[in-house]
Ligand binder design. Structure first.
Ligand SMILES: Cc1ncc(COP(=O)(O)O)c(C=O)c1O
Length: 492
């Protein structure tokens, strides 16, 4: 992949003033500049860190770039083949100038030069191919195959629940769960404002009314106080979402549900492997649902799972998943059902993925520990709160930027990171703001989800991310913030 930022945007003359460098740095998506000598040759590099250090040494901004830069007359020759380039860059997370025969910068290499650093890509390096091949060789490609049963049993075992039903995706998992409980027109289901739309859509499919409530500042998930305030005689269920792998605050939610006789349906689409007080997310309430879309920690391409504790509800869900057909009497339908089955081909991938889940989770922990350590030092960046007994699975590591302090909108920050080859995603839009869902907001307020949604972004968190890529992502954020601070404090 070619570098998204032209080299011209990254150059400054070593004879230019530091004041000039400050404003150019602020426009550089990499938050750094290469300095050239009067002949245009590579002479050094400079970022806000060097200028800060120079100012701390008593220098001022009218002085030359050359006095503050890190001398760097090296670079790597432009035109090296990519493998050689990577070898010479030696797995470093740095940005390295590429120079011509005269040592003039003509480009740059960074860990994002080879590939855009992705948010969350599937990892299919285990037994996926072997198991899918087995399906094809044995002719078992529909939902009638041994991998479906194996996937369900293994999933239920991991979660410590009696019933797991594999379904076509995480949205129908939610719908099937609600349908199995008989939730429908006239009923209300409490949902958080900050979630993916499928949470609300599933409620709407049943004919019930989603009641949107604000989220809490510490978990970014459903605020239990807002839940308590939203309960009416029509409330039938509470649907906490464990957003980005962070468990919701389940103790007060369970207490409210018990007191009022409500079902707790956990949307754990993003939280396979997360746990609250030692119980896996999805197995805390009455029922839990999961998504195996390709960006999820466990993927089957498209797919989902719904887990139940109650035998009768699980049996009803199993029937509803298969057109409402009587399991003992083929083509006899006891009720109107759906075709929400998962194929054996998909389940085969799921089985192979589950074999790797512990490794995936361990890698997510390494990634989050790295980001947490580096980014929590930046005053303008808020990292997910670490709460005792809330085992975040860190599906995607997300941050909240202090956009007011940065003087940069979230979208501008994302655009800079994008220009540096770093893939990011905005946090979800607030449900109460979008036309199809506005009506479910009532007269409630959503200050916290509005703040998180407007200022939040998710960072590259693939299990396949390299150490150099992680270093590059964190370093780029540090440099962009540093350049912003300098520009703001110097009024440029
Ligand atoms: C919170 C949440 N709920 C439900 C879903 C729906 O899952 P799927 O895309 O598998 O239908 C998603 C999907 O990503 C999700 O993030």
């Amino acid at each position: 992949m070619s570098n998204p930022t032209p080299i011209a945007d990254l150059l400054v003359r070593d004879s230019d003033s530091l004041a000039a460098a400050v404003s150019r740095l602020d426009a550089s998506p990499l938050g750094l500049l290469f300095a050239t000598d009067p002949d245009g040759r590579l002479a050094g590099r400079i970022s806000a860190a060097e200028i800060d250090a120079a100012l701390a040494r008593g220098m001022n901004l009218s002085l030359r770039v050359g006095a503050a830069m890190v001398p760097d007359a090296g670079g790597l020759p432009a035109g090296l083949d990519p493998a050689e380039l990577r070898k010479r860059a030696n797995g470093s997370g740095n940005v390295i100038a590429l120079v011509d025969g005269e040592r003039r910068p003509v480009g740059f290499h960074s860990p994002a030069s080879a590939r855009r650093v992705p948010i969350a890509e599937p990892q299919l390096g285990g037994n996926e191919l072997k198991y899918v091949t087995e399906c094809i060789e044995t002719n078992w490609i529909s939902s009638q195959g041994s991998f479906v049963k194996r996937f369900e049993e293994e999933f239920a075992r991991r979660l410590g629940v009696p019933h797991a039903l594999a379904v076509s995706n995480g949205t129908v998992a939610l719908h099937l769960a609600l349908a199995a409980y008989g939730i429908g027109p006239g009923d209300e289901v409490i949902v958080p404002d900050l979630t993916f739309a499928a949470t609300l859509n599933a409620v709407i499919y049943t004919g019930a009314t989603p009641i949107i409530v604000d989220v809490a500042r510490d978990t970014w998930n459903m605020d239990p106080e807002a839940v308590a305030a939203a309960i009416t005689p029509r409330t039938k269920a509470i649907m906490p979402v464990h957003l980005y792998g962070q468990p919701a605050d389940m103790a007060p939610i369970l207490a409210i549900a018990r007191r009022r006789g409500l079902m707790v349906v956990e949307d754990a689409a993003e939280a396979v492997g997360a746990a609250w007080q030692g119980t896996p997310c999805g197995a805390i309430g009455d029922c839990g649902t999961f998504s195996f879309f390709s960006n999820k920690l466990v993927t089957t391409g498209e797919g989902g799972m719904v887990v139940f504790k109650d035998d009768a509800i699980a049996a009803r869900a199993r029937r509803l998943r298969d057109h409402g057909m009587n399991p003992q009497k083929r083509y006899w339908h006891d009720e109107v059902g759906f075709n929400y089955r998962l194929t054996n081909l998909q389940a085969a991938i799921g089985c192979a993925q589950l074999e790797q889940l512990d490794g995936f989770l361990a890698r997510k922990r390494q990634i989050s520990t790295f980001y947490e350590k580096r980014l929590s030092k930046i005053a303008e960046i808020e990292t997910p709160h670490i709460l005792p007994d809330f085992a975040n699975s860190y599906w995607v590591f997300s941050i909240i930027a202090d956009c007011a302090a940065l003087g940069l909108s979230r979208d501008q920050l994302m655009a800079r990171l994008g220009a540096a080859g770093v893939d990011t995603r905005p946090l979800f839009y607030c449900m109460h703001e979008m036309p199809p869902y506005k009506t479910y907001a009532g007269n409630r307020d959503f200050p916290i989800s509005a703040h998180l949604s407007a200022n939040g972004l998710s960072l590259p968190s693939s299990t396949s991310i390299t150490e150099a890529e992680l270093e590059y992502v964190a370093g780029t954020i540090e440099r962009i913030v540093g350049a912003r601070r300098l520009a703001r404090s110097n009024g440029t």
